[in-house]
Design a protein around this ligand. Structure first.
Ligand SMILES: C[S@@+](CC[C@H](N)C(=O)[O-])C[C@H]1O[C@@H](n2cnc3c(N)ncnc32)[C@H](O)[C@@H]1O
Length: 386
């Protein structure tokens, strides 16, 4: 078993811990923006194929104490680099350093590059090339004061790319954040799903994949670990077959709509990419004009906050209307909202059953859940006060 580090977004560390345990990881420990864990090769492959909350996985290669960049060069040259880099292959180094001994991370990474190149020259008479754009092996150099850690990136392109939309498509919500919100909200495919402000549909698409038991990376066929010398194609194919056998057709209905025609069009084209069948209705429309559902639903939404709606008054007005709509037409349902506008969230006029701090990019947000009780508005407000 090897030791790995899985990165995630702030606020999702504990959810990632549970997810990785369920995928077979052992000795999982929560750290800042990630978890460390131990796993065998097949589990590491499974985490890449299936994790919805992980951004990337790093594997520590070596760790040592270095006085300065020259010392780093001398110590790194001793590592057996041919275990991880092919002399005919390419590599690149990303570096982060803190502390007075290594004030320039770029210089530290140059020293490491020279050290690796000289290691190969001494052993083989030639050296692997650098390729910063598309290397076979991406190394991470991490220096805190004089403690040096060199890790290899096993993932390559970030796992938030799911393959269900073009890479340059507009996506105001990170796929990992969307999957994290669904996990924290306890999405369990028991009620029909509704995102009435769906934009390009990240929450809908993630919820569907979860309900259908379809791995987040089903459409991807290359990860950085596949460049490694011990990569087993047989093990990978075996894992894909096992995973495919677990696909199911979700029993619930999925609904999503948005005022923005172009965003809905993009969502419709993503739906064509899905490798499973599902009962889904997507349309252009105003939340406040939707036909109220006959039975309780799981509602989740990421309404606009701040940037596009200019005045505070307008955004607060929108949140008041959202609250009124939920109270009037969605009693018995559960509703979740994410927003960075804490003032506007209060204007929804419902007492959250849960409030979870999350970050959407640089924005500090609250992810709040409301239980929409049945009964009259007066009784409902009374229940919140009790
Ligand atoms: C932050 S974006 C949602 C992004 C979405 N989660 C995604 O993954 O693309 C907010 C969306 O709310 C929509 N919206 C605002 N008011 C609406 C209304 N009254 N009815 C329906 N959609 C609305 C906007 O058109 C916008 O697409």
């Amino acid at each position: 078993m090897e030791t790995y580090f899985a990165k995630t977004l702030a606020g999702l560390e504990e959810a990632l811990e549970s997810e990785l345990k369920s995928l077979g990881a052992e000795e999982v420990q929560v750290e800042v923006r990630g978890v460390s864990f131990k796993a065998d090769l097949k589990t590491m492959y499974r985490i890449h194929l299936c994790s919805r909350l992980c951004i990337r996985v790093l594997q520590d290669l070596t760790s040592f104490f270095a006085k300065d960049p020259d010392d780093l060069y001398k110590k790194a040259i001793r590592y057996n680099w041919k275990k991880v880099i092919d002399v005919d292959g390419t590599f690149a180094i990303g570096a982060v350093s803190t502390g007075e001994h290594f004030p320039h991370s770029k210089y530290a990474s140059l020293k490491l590059k020279d050290s690796i190149a000289d290691h190969f020259r001494m052993k083989k008479g030639r050296r692997p090339d650098i390729d910063v754009k598309n290397p076979d092996v991406q190394l991470h150099l991490h220096i805190r004061d004089q403690q040096v850690t060199i890790a290899i990136d096993l993932t390559g392109e970030s796992l938030h790319h799911r393959g269900y939309r073009p890479k340059n498509a507009r996506a105001p919500l990170n796929e990992i954040l969307a999957a994290g919100m669904l996990t924290l909200a306890g999405w369990n495919s028991e009620h029909d799903f509704l995102d009435p402000m769906c934009g390009s549909g990240t929450l809908l698409l993630e919820a569907m994949h979860m309900s259908a038991n379809v791995p987040s990376q089903w459409k991807r066929d290359h990860f950085a670990f596949m460049n490694s010398m011990d990569f087993s194609e047989d093990l990978w194919m075996e894992l894909r077959k096992e995973t495919e056998a677990q696909f199911i057709r979700p029993k619930v209905k999925f609904q999503a709509s948005d005022l923005d025609f172009a965003a809905v069009l993009q969502l419709k084209s993503s739906l064509k990419e899905l490798p499973f069948e599902v009962d889904v209705e997507v349309k252009t429309g105003n939340f406040f004009e939707l036909t109220p559902p006959e039975k309780p639903m799981f509602i989740i939404m990421n309404p606009p906050y701040g940037e596009r709606i200019q005045t505070d008054g307008e955004i607060e007005e929108l949140y008041i209307e959202i609250g009124n709509e939920l109270k009037k037409n969605y009693s018995g349902s559960t509703a979740w909202m994410i927003s960075s506008d804490l003032q506007a969230l209060k204007r929804v006029g419902l007492k959250p059953a849960k409030r979870i701090p999350l970050k959407n990019g640089q924005l500090d947000c609250r992810f709040v859940g409301f239980n929409l009780f049945r009964g009259k508005r007066k009784d409902q407000l009374q229940k919140q006060e009790d």
